[in-house]
Design a protein around this ligand. Structure first.
Ligand code: DGP
Ligand code: NA
Ligand code: NA
Length: 212
């Protein structure tokens, strides 16, 4: 296809590392440079499944941990058809959290192994680039207090970080660790550079399947 496919670029990292800001900035910068790019975020709370997840996170609803894990994964799966279509059309997708948050958050709970957690997301479109925005717990704390949603407490976030570290060992995935303690502008410029390089590299390559 003329122009080739879009790239699937995921931003992951701990709360307050700046994922949402950087995802937005990246899409704006890519569009300003003449690329076609769209922003996605997971959980995407606007669907029926997403509203259930939102109620769970806001503690308005209790759900079994297994059920919640599968709902987060289902919320990603319900977007796969449109994601694939956009990528095929040459639109680069910048995604604020993906299956890695799914696995990191559930496997941080008692009695969940990484392998079980990965199964629900296995086969999703495989990211061409995963940017891990790294920020120490001290630096994160200096950026302000946690909110009141479920999961927003330090002991749990520490466990989540350990799970992310395990996932980042997987060499078949294109992880890049970014220093999120930098200024918004400096970090943005670095992210834009690696994103554009990846877009160029993958445009004529087939989209992969995650964890398959
Ligand atoms: P955010 O809207 O990015 O602040 O994410 C909301 C919260 O949900 C945040 O604490 C991270 C967590 N989260 C994101 N994705 C998943 C997932 O797939 N599974 C689980 N268990 N938690 C997730
Ligand atoms: Na949050
Ligand atoms: Na966010």
């Amino acid at each position: 296809m003329a122009g080739g496919r879009g790239a699937l670029i995921v931003l992951e990292g701990m709360d307050r590392a700046g994922k949402s800001t950087q995802s937005r900035r990246l899409v704006q910068a890519l569009q300003a440079a003449g690329h076609r790019a769209d922003l996605l975020r997971f959980p995407e709370r606007s669907t029926e499944i997403g509203r259930l997840i939102g109620a769970y996170l806001q503690r308005e609803r209790e759900l079994d941990d297994h059920a919640v894990h599968l709902l987060f994964a289902a919320n990603r799966w319900e977007h796969v058809t449109s994601m694939k279509e956009k990528l095929r059309q040459g639109i680069t997708l910048v995604v604020d959290r993906y299956a890695f948050s799914g696995v990191a958050f559930t496997s941080a709970k008692e009695n969940f192994c990484l392998e079980w957690c990965k199964q629900a997301d296995a086969g999703l479109p495989k990211p061409d680039l995963i940017l891990f925005l790294q920020l120490s717990p001290e630096e994160a704390a200096a950026r302000g207090n946690f909110g009141s949603e479920r999961y927003e407490n330090s002991p749990f976030q520490e466990k989540v970080l350990q799970s992310f570290r395990h996932l980042m060992k997987e060499k078949t995935l294109n992880w890049k660790t970014m220093d999120a303690s930098k200024s918004i502008e400096d970090l943005h410029n670095e992210i834009k550079t690696v994103a554009e390089k990846t877009m160029q590299e993958v445009k004529d390559k087939p989209l992969g399947e995650l964890w398959k």
